[in-house]
Write a protein that binds this ligand. Structure first.
Ligand code: HEM
Length: 218
């Protein structure tokens, strides 16, 4: 491994980049409260990995969605485990991203010069919630169906654009096959395509500016 790295470094000078990334100096006094961002990142990677394996068997049609989930649970090797991680991971991500945001807020880490990291973070929060909302429908059971009926009805209450949002989400007036295909496309294509570059920007800013330490006592 070391030889491979040396071989690459001789040609691409990659060592300074990784040294800068992995051996950054941390401010004094930081503790477990500072780990929520990295924990969220870890769960995001977990969700992407388990999601890719679920996509091998999942079928996004009203006739087959629930059966494909049952097949994953009962026939696929480690299927229950992978689905379980993905299922609980989605709730875990919402909890961790909120904990991360509260840590940043209460420690004032959103202030100058980190406002842009915060703004990108707010968009990431809505995307994390979007992943949860679109993923919830995919098993196409009673709970998923009615939760999405309620969720999309709530979106309809938005002033002026409510009806438009409802139609974009459902793909028509009612919830049906088009809604399921749409939610699947949002869940596995649109949301990751927006979230992954934004997470990269978020992390770039964190590395570039360094983590803020605890407020100094006067
Ligand atoms: C997918 C979601 C997110 C991921 C993967 C993520 C990841 C990270 C990581 C790894 C750090 C550095 C370690 C830390 O301070 O905990 C960080 C810092 C930061 N994040 Fe996030 N984050 C996410 C969402 C958010 C949200 C929702 C906000 C706020 C609305 C936010 C605002 C910030 C800020 C301001 C910093 C800099 C903190 C400092 O310098 O002390 N992030 N993020």
């Amino acid at each position: 491994m070391v030889k491979v790295l040396d071989w690459l470094d001789e040609r691409l000078s990659i060592k300074p980049f990784f040294e800068h990334l992995l051996f950054r100096k941390m401010p004094k006094g930081i503790n477990w409260w500072w780990t929520f961002g990295s924990a969220t990142l870890f769960l995001l990677i977990m969700q992407l990995t388990t999601g890719m394996f679920l996509a091998i068997y999942y079928s996004a049609s009203p006739d087959h969605a629930w059966d494909s989930i049952r097949f994953i649970e009962s026939e696929v090797t480690f299927g229950t485990l992978i689905r379980g991680i993905h299922h609980w991971g989605s709730s875990g991500m919402v909890i961790l991203v909120l904990a991360h945001m509260l840590r940043v807020f209460f420690m004032g880490a959103y202030k100058y010069p980190r406002e842009t990291t915060w703004i990108v973070g707010v968009v990431l929060l809505t995307l994390v919630l979007g992943f949860g909302f679109t993923g919830y429908l995919l098993p196409w059971d009673e709970k998923a169906y009615w939760a999405t009926v309620v969720g999309t009805n709530m979106a309809e209450q938005a002033p002026l654009i409510g009806n438009f949002v409802l139609k974009v989400l459902r793909g028509g007036a009612d919830l049906g096959a088009v809604t399921l295909t749409r939610f699947y496309a949002f869940h596995v294509l649109f949301l990751p395509a927006i979230a992954l570059p934004l997470v990269s920007v978020h992390l770039f800013m964190v590395v570039k500016q360094g983590i803020s330490g605890p407020a100094k006592k006067k």
